[in-house]
Design a protein around this ligand. Structure first.
Ligand SMILES: Nc1nc2c(c(=O)[nH]1)N[C@H]1C(S)=C(S)[C@@H](COP(=O)(O)O)O[C@H]1N2
Ligand SMILES: [Mo]
Length: 447
């Protein structure tokens, strides 16, 4: 039999908890640091599988495993016999350690929310008018703008870096080596404008909500370079734009593509400065690319370099070098699947009588949504009613009234884009190009 020393396990917990408590005072975390090393060492398929399995709880689960694993390893690996009072001493030490660990986590969360509270409304000279698409009154419709509390977050690191706006600078480096920088205050003083756009994570699955629609505030890339007197060459074809972040994240886009796709430096969402989790003080948003290719958060440097010289964080991890675009998609939001985070890829619901299905659809890389089609079982596809079109970068709400007799049905939806592309029915996993397939809902109509 292998011996397990409770005193050693408790001692390990005590050490870990106290270290964590100490580190949290300066906003650091030993557990997150170890977690990062683990995530970086684990092969891509394993990471993908755990995201699929755990959804948005992948990070808390990793932390819990690390803490439990440390205690288990110490208990199993410590040689020698345990003192008769070892279990009691170990249990007490373990409890103190856990309390220290939990208090450290609370402290880290408090630091992050303190930064978010310090966020302020952003003044824009020409604010966009309030928009509506006419679907406000549809029961079960997804809100047109995703609330910040519900807006998904995807990070390579376990925790958002907390950036001090007083010392932060955005550095801009030209092809000829010219360097200039701008402070957060001055960035906010530039002529900012607003734009509505979707942000989609490539890990978004059928029916999931790893995407959000928001009103962003920012300034065009070109204007940032012009303001700082850093030249953008006339011929951009042989130039890459490198976007580097505080957390070590790095993204590379061909400059021509970044400019054509209206990449911009974003300082706010929903009318306020960015939250810690969404990239405070500044990030890039390029409509029409998936988040990991466009959404560099906690931006600290933009540089122009000869093409092909720099490699992006995601490419180093095995993702395609060429930009991935969000697959066009129609999602069923009601009845059934709404408010189930993360959304189940299949919904099942019971309804009595006729049934109105409400959803959202998006095709930001294909010119926007031209049509949403619905079918019952293997029946013919028919067009749903569409809310007003707010542009290719926004999503589009839709609904369809189904008249069904008693029985069981499978309702599917698909998106048809403005460029004629029809959402594929074949299912593919998120890696490497994002999921395809139809979102479906199982419906049971009672007699
Ligand atoms: N610095 C930095 N930027 C980043 C990431 C990151 O881990 N670090 N994650 C990217 C990914 S994978 C996505 S999908 C979007 C998510 O943006 P959000 O968390 O604001 O929704 O940010 C991108 N930008
Ligand atoms: Mo992502």
């Amino acid at each position: 039999m292998i011996g397990f020393r409770v005193d050693a396990a408790g001692g390990a917990l005590l050490l870990l908890g106290l270290t964590e408590r100490l580190a949290s005072r300066s906003g650091d975390s030993l557990v997150d640091w170890i977690g990062q090393v683990v995530v970086d060492l684990v092969p891509l398929p394993v990471v993908e599988e755990s995201i699929r399995f755990l959804g948005t709880t992948d990070k808390p689960a990793l932390r819990a495993n690390l803490v439990a694993g440390a205690a288990l390893a110490a208990g199993l690996a410590t040689p020698g016999r345990q003192h008769p009072r070892g279990p009691v001493v170990g249990a007490v030490a373990g409890a103190i350690g856990l309390a220290g660990y939990l208090s450290a986590r609370r402290r880290l969360t408090a630091l992050e929310s303190a930064q978010d509270q310090a966020g302020k409304p952003i003044l824009v000279e020409d604010p966009l008018p309030a928009v509506t698409d006419g679907a406000e009154r549809w029961t079960g419709a997804e809100p047109l703008f995703t609330g910040l509390d519900r807006f998904y977050q995807t990070d390579v690191n376990l925790r958002s870096p907390l950036v001090d706006p007083a010392t932060w600078r955005l550095e801009v480096v030209g092809l000829d080596g010219t360097r200039a920088w701008i402070t957060h205050d001055r960035l906010l003083d530039l002529p900012l404008r607003e734009r509505d756009a979707l942000l989609v994570c490539v890990h978004n699955r059928l029916g999931w909500d790893r995407l959000g629609h928001q009103r962003w505030t920012g300034i065009d890339l070109r204007q940032v370079f012009d303001t700082l007197g850093v030249e953008i060459p006339d011929d951009t074809s042989a130039v890459d734009l490198v976007m580097e972040a505080v957390d070590g994240y790095r993204q590379v886009l061909p400059l021509t593509k970044a400019l054509d796709a209206d990449a911009w430096v974003v300082v706010g969402m929903g009318g306020r400065t960015l939250t810690a989790g969404h990239g405070f003080p500044a990030r890039i948003v390029t409509p029409g690319l998936v988040g990991q290719y466009t959404g560099t958060k906690w931006l600290q440097r933009l540089s122009l370099v000869p093409r092909g010289q720099e490699i992006a964080t995601w490419v180093r991890r095995g993702w395609p070098r060429d930009e991935v675009v969000p697959p066009l998609m129609a999602r069923i939001d009601h009845p059934g699947t709404i408010a189930m985070p993360p959304r189940a890829p299949q919904g099942s619901v019971e309804v009595g009588g006729s049934c109105t299905v409400v959803g959202t659809a998006w095709a930001p890389a294909n010119g926007g949504v031209a049509d949403v089609q619905v079918r019952v079982d293997d029946g013919d596809w028919f067009s749903a009613e569409l809310a007003e079109n707010l542009g290719a970068s926004s999503w589009r709400r839709w609904r369809a009234v189904l008249d069904l007799g008693p029985g069981r049905y499978v309702v599917s939806a698909r998106c048809v884009a403005a460029d004629g592309t029809v959402q594929a029915g074949e299912r593919t996993p998120p890696f490497p190009d994002g999921v395809t397939g139809h979102h479906t809902l199982r419906v049971r109509v009672r007699a």
